[in-house]
Design a protein around this ligand. Sequence first.
Ligand SMILES: [Zn+2]
Length: 423
Amino acid sequence: MATTAVLSRFGASDRAQLAAEAGHMIEKLRRHGAVADGGVTRLVYSAEWQAAMAEVEQWLSESGLAVRADAVGSRFGRLQGESPSVVMSGSHIDSVKQGGAYDGALGVVMAGCAIRWLAGNIGRPSRTLEVFANCEEESSRFACNFWGSRAITGRIEPGETEALTDEQGEGIGAAMRACGLDPAAILSARRKDLCAYVEPHIEQGPVLVESGDEIGIVDRVVGVRVLSVTLHGVSGHAGTLPMARRHDALAGAAEIMVGTERLAQSMGAPAVATVGSIAARPGGFNQVPGEATFTVDFRHPDDQVLASFDQALRELIRDVGRRRGLHARLGQVVDQPSIQFDGEICAALEASCVESGVRWRRMPSHAGHDAQVIGTICAAAMLFMPSQGGHSHRPDERTELEHIGRGIEVLIRTLFGLAYQES
Ligand SMILES: [Zn+2]
């Protein structure tokens, strides 16, 4: 009863104080990897990354939490409960190149603020609480996507530390050793004690700012399919090959590209499709392209819609190929069905939004997040805070302090339910 009374007194001044602390910490982290216009480039295992991790470590231990690093360098700030079973919250510390200060860092900082508040105002929980500062999520230095959460879930393949190299040719194993980490110990990062994971994150899109909602409860991650397409036509001289005799692979690719855009538009939101890379061969200005290679990335929360988009896209490619005399070769690069988050955690987030009096909505995430990986070994869900202007992965990415305060309150109430009111 006493603990519930503490939470019922939680009010505007608590929110403002916590938001100010979070904002202060985000600005401190922004300095590590600072680039032009307030942007951040903080690649895993770089000097900037090491400095940011040291900053997080210091902040968490000053908050009274027991801090440790795992084999890949992720940090954990622990508030020991009566049970060893762990409720974890946080996000990642690395960034994309010339990204913003909020993607990832906001989630770590909000989790730190929430767990420190719970420790100071309510005390020892039934279940153990941990802040998670994940070493890597963005794949911006090595193609190691979700490195920290894959370590926790035991999904790093044996050869990866030898195979992955950055643009300078440095291997991820060597980069780890330079930070004092032992790649041979990766298996020790695996966790078997997690029971729940709640990841706060900047939305990275315009849904919340446009709807006016203050919190997004993320109940799933959309399905993603990526096709690679190679069109084979006939190359020739740009001056002497008459138009009537051409089988121009790049012109065919252009038709498919525009057709893909129309297809996504005709399906309506939230369907999205992108041709993000394209190359023509031989590639000379005076040569008719005999070969064109491109990718099509398409996403939708409903796997059936995703499947029908896939079918329509393949028909479009066949049709263009037939009419233009091009042979198409298709490859499936990604086939990731949509991922459902845990219903009970989403319901707990909803109840916390109601108690906090915030405007919220349920929504899918159109980007990948650590929660989808960690969610394979424990119950997981996410909450989104609005992105100013819907911007993300750019220097002006920002969440208002007011929204950060609301988010921390919702997180406190949710973590309280998960860690203190064990059913
Ligand atoms: Zn992120």
